[in-house]
Design a protein around this ligand. Structure first.
Ligand SMILES: *[C@@H]1O[C@H](CO)[C@@H](O)[C@H](O)[C@H]1NC(C)=O
Ligand SMILES: *[C@@H]1O[C@H](CO)[C@@H](O)[C@H](O)[C@H]1NC(C)=O
Length: 284
């Protein structure tokens, strides 16, 4: 079944309204999507989805990747699921991230037969078709920084980072050269060769589609590759900086407006007092 990925910015806005704001970049929303097919409320399938997602949350307390299949008796339908934490997370952060991803899936995909959600630190997906072990190089999210952001020196470092990510073996890989940092990861269900094929595709796309941008994120359905200068892989982190600036500006504006309003009120009050006393004097 096809999962339709929705605009990440729209969704993160929705999520930030309906859920508590994320506190760390691990929880930063990257993308999410739901299948348009819905299940019947109260159906056996609904129970299967709920118990699968419960297993996902429980399992993430102990390991960073797992897959699940739920084929209940008396129901012809099956549901498959997996979660994958970012390779550098400790078990506490992995568990918290998956917990959050599952609850956000519930918010954005209520009643959907399938759904997928990527936060900065973890990925969770469930569906009624077997996607486990299947390579999928569909581009789900592509983001490039401002073009021509890299100097030719940095571009050389960027290409070295991407070359390493695209050719070395491993499910989670990090690399840096000079001031450029890169990271790539596959979901744990992919074999070594499928993972390598997926990441090299993502890397190739970064190179051609992001040009000399100073950062790039390429999320395919089963793997991703990202690079950036300064090693700030979290676009969330960069957005936070902007948000902080915006917040500062808003605060300053609010204080200014408050001050102006206060002064205006004071003037009105004083002129009122002046009139009253003026009249008093006139009266005398
Ligand atoms: C998945 O669920 C939809 C909706 O119930 C159904 O049409 C489809 O055949 C199912 N696919 C599989 C592989 O069970
Ligand atoms: C799914 O998990 C089982 C263990 O629970 C493991 O043996 C199997 O290899 C996994 N399959 C995939 C595709 O990751």
């Amino acid at each position: 079944m096809r999962i339709f990925y929705v605009l990440p910015c729209l969704l993160s806005l929705m999520l930030s309204i309906f859920t508590t704001p994320s506190t760390s970049s691990i929880d930063s929303f990257i993308y999410g999507g739901c299948s348009q097919v819905k299940f019947w409320p109260g159906s056996a399938y609904e129970n299967q989805v709920n118990s699968l997602l419960t297993s996902v949350v429980n399992s993430a307390m102990y390991i960073s990747y797992n897959n699940f299949t739920s084929q209940s008796q008396g129901s012809s339908s099956a549901v498959y699921g997996l979660f994958q934490c970012r390779g550098d997370l400790n078990s506490g952060d992995c568990s918290r991230c998956v917990d959050r991803a599952v609850s956000q899936l519930g918010t954005i995909c209520p009643g959907s037969a399938g759904g997928a959600l990527q936060l900065d630190g973890c990925f969770v997906k469930y569906d009624n078709t077997t996607f486990l072990g299947v390579e999928d190089k569909t581009v789900v999210l592509k983001k490039c920084g401002p073009s021509m952001g890299l100097t030719s020196d940095s571009l050389t470092h960027r290409d070295a980072v991407l070359a390493y990510l695209g050719t070395s073996i491993g499910s989670y890989k990090v690399s840096n050269s000079g001031n450029v940092y890169g990271v790539a990861q596959c979901t744990g269900d992919l074999s070594t060769s499928k993972c390598l094929d997926c990441v090299s595709d993502a890397v190739q796309r970064l190179r051609t589609e992001c040009g000399a941008a100073d950062w790039g994120d390429m999320y395919l359905a089963k793997c991703y590759a990202r690079y950036s200068e300064r090693g700030d892989h979290s676009r969330g982190g960069k957005d936070d900086d902007n948000n902080k600036n915006d917040e500062e500006i808003q605060k300053t504006l609010a204080i200014l407006i408050g001050l102006i309003a206060g002064v205006a009120l004071l003037i009105v009050f004083l002129s009122f007092l002046g009139k009253v006393y003026g009249k008093d004097r006139e009266g005398k």
